[in-house]
Design a protein around this ligand. Structure first.
Ligand SMILES: [Zn+2]
Length: 224
């Protein structure tokens, strides 16, 4: 089967389709639409290629998901700067000493670069001027201006950025629901959860408080 070259708009020459950084390499990926199956050369940067996701996976949808997951893991430190500081706070912080000089100077731009790479969504795909129809994005998860290609990836980010026990956060998120991730994170940050018994107690208390709220809402509905 022939491998096609993707159409590359002028503004995107030498650009990684996965993260928007400079690219001078390609990898082969497959795209399946309702009518067609394509094998395509996808422009990729050194960093995205170094994750080696293309060795195991060829489907572009899956590949994009895995590359973004690796990106979130690799950029954990840079992403956590934006989760814990504002630009102004960072500049005005009284972190002193040579260890912090570099951090104060370049920390915010490191965060912005990492954020832009994670959120980058590529350009519309076409081959010889013919658009490739089809949805390349499954479901995305959003938190504080960042898009994640999987729930696991969002968990990786949140547990790293806010130094939370990942298993604990996962259980708390299951109780709150993914659409209330901010509240779930706030809860985890407030509640001591260093030991297993502390985590068990916190989860049990949370379930109990949700039950109470539900039964109150139920009673209120009957009265109304
Ligand atoms: Zn890239």
């Amino acid at each position: 089967m022939a491998t096609f070259n993707l159409d590359i708009p002028f503004d995107y020459r030498f650009t990684c389709w996965f993260c928007g950084e400079g690219s001078h390499k390609t990898i082969v990926a497959t795209i399946t639409t309702h009518q067609q199956y394509y094998s395509v050369n996808m422009p990729i940067c050194d960093e995205c290629k170094s994750y080696k996701c293309h060795i195991d996976v060829q489907s572009l949808v899956k590949l994009r998901e895995l590359i973004k997951e690796s990106m979130v893991k690799q950029s954990a430190k840079a992403l956590s700067i934006g989760a814990n500081w504002t630009e102004k706070e960072l500049q005005e912080s009284d972190l002193n000493g040579s260890a912090f000089d570099g951090f104060k100077k370049s920390g915010w731009s490191m965060y912005l670069i990492a954020k832009a790479r994670v959120n980058y969504s590529g350009w519309a795909l076409s081959i010889n001027g013919i658009p490739i129809e089809g949805n390349l994005i499954d479901e995305e998860f959003e938190f504080d201006g960042l898009s994640f290609t999987s729930f696991v990836s969002m968990l990786d980010y949140l547990s790293n950025a806010f130094s939370l026990n990942k298993e604990f956060l996962k259980r708390v998120l299951a109780i709150y629901g993914n659409n209330r991730a901010i509240e779930a994170v706030k809860f985890c940050r407030l509640i001591p959860h260093y030991s297993r018994s502390e985590r068990e107690k916190a989860v049990n208390d949370l379930i109990e408080s949700f039950r109470e709220k539900e039964s109150l809402a139920y009673k209120k509905n009957i009265v109304d």
